[in-house]
Design a binder for this molecule. Structure first.
Ligand code: C5P
Length: 223
């Protein structure tokens, strides 16, 4: 039976880099740790994992198919290709929200005062074509009104699950920090997870994904 087989997970991880000119880029503090932990946890449970990742500083577990990319547009292309055969898409990457509106071909000169015009990147997960029964999981990092904003994200991006985290300080919640987290589900359920480590967060997320995939009657699932 299809429901009892191993899952094919597609996980995005790490930051993206958006070039400003030949030698500079915009990025963020994401390390790829969460994505790597999710992939490791998935493999441990007998699932398969493909990881599309930006420039990460944390190692990926052996046994994943790793697809390296740099920019948000490249990440979107790679995810669209791989999502066609994925049961679950987990969007753990910290996609840069902006890219340079125009990329200088050479190197920008150091001048007293200059303007960098930015343009929003595509919302990759929000506009990913969905397969029937596919589960789509997103993350939300917020500094205030965490649950409320995460719920809006879940609805707007048509997600099945959102792991919401509070941002509280420079760099955090990126990297190996414990995080204050909540798990939101499509039905409107909000589970406060308290302050947990990222390995705990990865286990909780995989538990929930497996429960949704295997545990619910067919008719309760999205088709
Ligand atoms: O809107 P926000 O960036 O907070 O949403 C976070 C979620 O959306 C994350 O799962 C992130 O990977 C994803 N995302 C995306 N494409 C973007 C920005 C964020 O898929 N351009």
């Amino acid at each position: 039976h299809a429901a009892s087989r191993a899952l094919r997970l597609l996980i995005s991880a790490g930051p993206t880099r958006e070039p400003i000119d030949r030698v500079r880029f915009l990025s963020n503090y994401s390390t790829g740790y969460m994505g790597a932990l999710l992939a490791a946890e998935a493999l441990k449970r007998g699932h398969r994992a493909v990881v599309v990742h930006g420039p990460i500083t944390e190692p990926l577990p052996r046994g994943v198919l790793a697809i390296p990319v740099e920019q948000a547009t490249q990440m979107e292309r790679a995810l669209r290709r791989s999502a066609r055969v994925a049961d679950v898409v987990v969007m753990a990457a910290a996609v840069s929200d902006f890219r340079a509106a125009r990329q200088a071909s050479g190197k920008r000169r150091r001048q007293g005062r200059q303007t960098l015009l930015l343009r929003a990147t595509p919302d990759i997960i929000g506009r990913l074509p969905r397969r029937p029964r596919q589960l789509v999981v997103g993350f939300a990092v917020e500094s205030a009104h965490v649950v409320q904003r995460a719920r809006r994200k879940l609805q707007r991006k048509r997600l099945d699950l959102v792991l919401a985290q509070r941002a509280n300080g420079t760099g955090a919640p990126f990297g190996r920090h414990p995080v204050q987290a909540w798990l939101l589900s499509r039905g409107g359920e909000v589970a406060p997870l308290g302050t947990i480590t990222k390995p705990q967060a990865a286990r909780t997320l995989l538990d929930k994904i497996e429960a949704l995939w295997y545990g619910q009657p067919e008719r309760a699932r999205r088709t």
